[in-house]
Design a protein around this ligand. Structure first.
Ligand code: HEC
Length: 435
């Protein structure tokens, strides 16, 4: 009798175990395609592709390890302080599934309709083809002499008409060699010749004064944005966005990583337009070093060698505003970064907290709904820097006095918070951001 019970039990057990078997198609592929492939695909930032069964199965043990120790996918903000809509974290259950799958010989399972290995659209994360792609005129060769470089490219454009922008995304043929990109889109005076200056300026090997020749382009900065590994497109809720001028210039600054052999790159911007008129135009402001309130950083912003030093910055919001996203920025000495607002009624509005700063992983963080900031709110940033030998990212050994020279060199330091916002309108706090 006992024996019968046992065998019934065993049959049942194996049946259940079999039904719950973790397979590539059913369980693993959706996790990988949503959380890993955006960076791990051809032309993007990560060193190898994670897309097909073969790509993933042959690295299963490694993937199990980097997901269990939460090295991948990278995500630095403290989720308990503020939870963002672009949060890139695996659940404990997903991590266990990956481990289980890796430990049980990576079963492939049966294909699930509509979900094949290559469903990822190459070249964009936005889910449809861009309406306009504007890139550098020709491929730029990054010399393989192990030097980091800043280059500003001028990309002029003339369109049949101005356009309503629904989304914008950085594009590049070689993201692996780019630390980060910043770009501004400028409207230009009507009589300005868009083509009579250099196509690019080398800020590292050339003269910084060369940049002056681009200054006349800045009649009005229409848009300011950037890219770092992992950043995808930027899109806006209905009626919100910005208008691409008919004629203007993109000034695209690329910060190239040091490379050991010559590499080519073509980068630019892709735009997704909408027929729905943009009723409210977004604005960007940068506070801190090189921006608003630079002189108010307390104490004065410089970091002597061999110290750990903290700074505080306070800037008062001049009007009721609605924030879409916040983007903290520091370099290699950065240790922690926290930003919040204190309203006139003494309430605290949390913006972002990064307790364990990593230069490699910084990006814009999106509030789930527009975040109202009442007029008079004191926007506050607290940042700590470690300029000692105990900081493994310190670019200098022995450490050196470091400050912000208004330059973007990564061996300088910065304390910056970029905010994208709109003047507040009633009901904004109910407007959801697009995922
Ligand atoms: C935000 C972009 C991004 C996402 C998302 C991402 N990776 Fe990565 N991954 C990178 C980059 C860049 C590197 C190389 C630099 C590094 O190792 O720090 C990397 C490195 C790795 C490595 C090698 C680590 C090592 O020590 O050499 C593995 C394995 C890996 N990723 C797996 C994954 C898996 C699995 C996922 C999804 C669960 C994932 N990654 C999601 C960008 C990303």
């Amino acid at each position: 009798m006992k024996c019968v019970t046992l065998s019934v039990f065993l049959v049942l057990f194996f049946h259940i175990a079999d039904a719950q078997r973790i397979t590539w198609y059913q369980h693993i592929a959706p996790i990988i395609h949503n959380h890993c492939t955006p960076c791990h695909h051809d032309g993007d930032a990560a060193p190898f592709q994670l897309n097909t069964y073969e790509d993933v199965a042959k690295r299963a043990a490694f993937i199990k390890k980097v997901t269990q120790n939460r090295y991948m996918p990278p995500w630095k903000p403290d989720p308990h302080y503020v939870s963002f809509i672009n949060e890139r974290k695996l659940t404990d259950e997903q991590i266990t599934m990956i481990a289980d799958w890796a430990d049980h010989n990576m079963p492939k399972g049966k294909p699930v309709a509509g979900k094949d290995d290559t469903s990822f659209i190459s070249g964009t994360h936005y889910g449809r083809k861009p309406d306009l792609v504007l890139t550098m005129k020709k491929a730029f060769v990054v010399k393989g002499n192990n030097t980091e470089r800043f280059i500003v490219y001028k990309i002029p454009f003339e369109l049949p008409d101005s356009m309503n922008v629904e989304a914008i995304e950085f594009t590049s043929t070689n993201k692996r060699i780019i630390h980060h990109a910043n770009y501004e889109i400028d409207d230009v005076p009507a009589n300005l010749d868009l083509y009579n200056t250099l196509d690019y300026i080398n800020l590292t090997e050339g003269s910084r004064l060369d940049y002056e020749q681009y200054v006349p382009y800045r009649k009005k900065m229409i848009y300011y944005g950037g890219w770092i590994p992992g950043t995808s497109y930027e899109s806006y809720p209905k009626d919100i966005g910005w208008i691409m001028p008919k004629r203007g210039v993109i000034l695209l600054t690329l910060h190239y990583a040091p490379v050991g052999k010559d590499e080519e790159n073509v980068s630019g911007i892709q735009l997704f337009f909408t027929k729905t008129p943009v009723k409210r135009q977004i604005q960007a402001v940068s506070i801190g070093s090189g921006g608003v309130g630079e002189k108010d950083i307390d104490p004065y912003f410089y970091i002597p060698a061999n110290v750990v030093k903290s700074f505080k910055l306070k800037v008062t919001a001049p009007e009721d505003q609605s924030f879409l996203y916040v983007w903290p920025h520091m370099h290699y000495l950065g240790k922690s970064f926290k930003a919040y607002g204190i309203t006139p009624a003494n309430d605290t509005i949390r913006f972002v907290s990064i307790p364990d700063w990593d230069f490699k992983w910084q990006e814009p963080y999106w509030f789930p709904k527009l975040q109202k900031i009442p007029k008079g709110t004191v926007l506050t940033v607290e940042a700590t820097y470690d300029n000692t030998v105990n900081n493994p990212s310190n670019p200098y050994n022995p450490p050196r006095l470091t400050y912000s020279s208004g330059d973007m060199k990564t061996t300088d330091e910065m304390l910056t918070l970029v905010m994208i916002f709109l003047p507040y309108e009633k009901g904004d706090e109910n407007i959801k951001m697009k995922e």
